[in-house]
Design a protein. Sequence first.
Lengths: 170, 248
Amino acid sequence: MKLPKARAARRRRLAVLLLAGLGLGTAAALTLTAFDDHLVFFHTPSDIADKKVPLDRQMRIGGLVEVGSLERVQGTAEVRFRVTDLEHAVPVAYVGVLPDLFREGQGVVANGKLAADGTFRAREVLARHDENYMPPEVAEALKRSGRWNETMGAGTAPPAGPPPAPATQR
Amino acid sequence: MNWQALANPARFKRLSDRLLPWFAGGAALCLAVGLYLGLVASPPDYQQGDSVRIMYVHVPAAWMAMFVYANLAVAAAASLVWRHPLADVAGRAMAPIGAAFTFLCLATGSLWGKPMWGTWWVWDARLTSVLILFFVYIAYMALNSAFDDDTRGARSSAILALVGAINLPIIKFSVDWWNTLHQPASVSRLDGPSIHASMLTPLLLMAVGFTLLFFALALVRMRAGLIERRLAALSYTRSADAGVASFR
C-alpha cells in the first residue's frame, strides 16, 4: 500500500540526504583545499633552496639520487649522495642499510635533519618506485630503441611541460 | 523489470539461487587462472624482480576495498531513503567482506613495502586514507550492532557509511593531490595502463575473480541475514505468545 504521504516522506528524506551530502562534500573540499601544500609526505630540494620549509626540524626530503653522486665513506657504513629534483640538489649523509631499490637515478625519500653545513643527515632512507611495470626484456628494448623516458623507473612523475634543465651543481 | 521487485525477499532468494553458482564458479576459475598467471607464468618486473607478484593480490584487494565500500554506501542511501529491510541486510552482509579486503590490502602492502621501499609502514596520504577506510568499516560494524533495536543500528550505521564515502575520492586521488611515498595509479589513467600486457592480464583476472567472490559471499551472507531476521521475528512472536499464555 503506497500512500501519497509515504511517497512525500521518501522524497523529503532523499532531499535531506542530497543536501547533507552536498554540505559534507563542500566542507571536505574546503578542508582539502586548505591542506593543499601542507599535507606533504616530503619536501623537494627546491622547497629547501627557496626556504619554504622550517629548516631546523626533522623533515623528509624527496627526489632522485643524482647520477654520479653516490660515494661510500671508507672504513665506515656511511654513504653520501645528492638528492635532486632536477632544479636544485641537497647533499645527504646516511649511516645504515639502504633498501634494495636504492641506486643512482632512483627516487628516494630521506628522513632526517639539515645540518649547519647544509648536509642533510638522514636517519632513514626509503626508495620510491614509479607506476610502470614491465618485464626486464621490455625495459631493455625500450632503452635500446631510445624510447626510454629519462625519469622512468625513478619513482617521480615526469614533470609537465618542457624537459627541465640539467641539475645545477652548486 | 522494476528494481523494487528484487527487494522482495522471496524473489531475492529465487534470483540468488540462480546467480550464486555462476558467481562462485566464476570466482574460483578466475582466481585459479589469475594466481597461476600472476605467481608463476608472468615475468618478473624490470626493477622489482619477483616482489612485483605481491601486486596481483594487493592491487585487486585495494580496488575491492573501495568497490565494496561504494556498494555499502549505495545500500546505506537506499536504507535511509526507502527504509527497505533488504538494504539493511545488504549493508550488514557487505561490511565484514569489505573490511577483510581492506585488511588484505594493508597487510600485503606492508609486506611489499618492506623489501621495496625499505619500510613496513609510512604515514603518507595514500596509506593513511586506506587505514581510515579500514577503521570506518570497523566502526560501521560496531555501530550496526550497538543497539538492541536492529532498525536503529541500521539507521545510524547507514549515516556513518554515507559520511565515510567522502574518503573514497580522497583515497583515489591522494597520490595525485599530494606527494606520497606510494606511486601514482598504473591502470586507471587517462593515457592507458602503464603495465605491460603480460602483467596486466593476471591483474585484471584477479580483479574479476575478487569481484565475483565478493558477489558470491555477499549473496550467501544476505540470505543468512534474511533467515536470521525471520527467525528473530518468529521467536519474538512465539515468546510473546508464551508470555501471554503464562500470564493467563
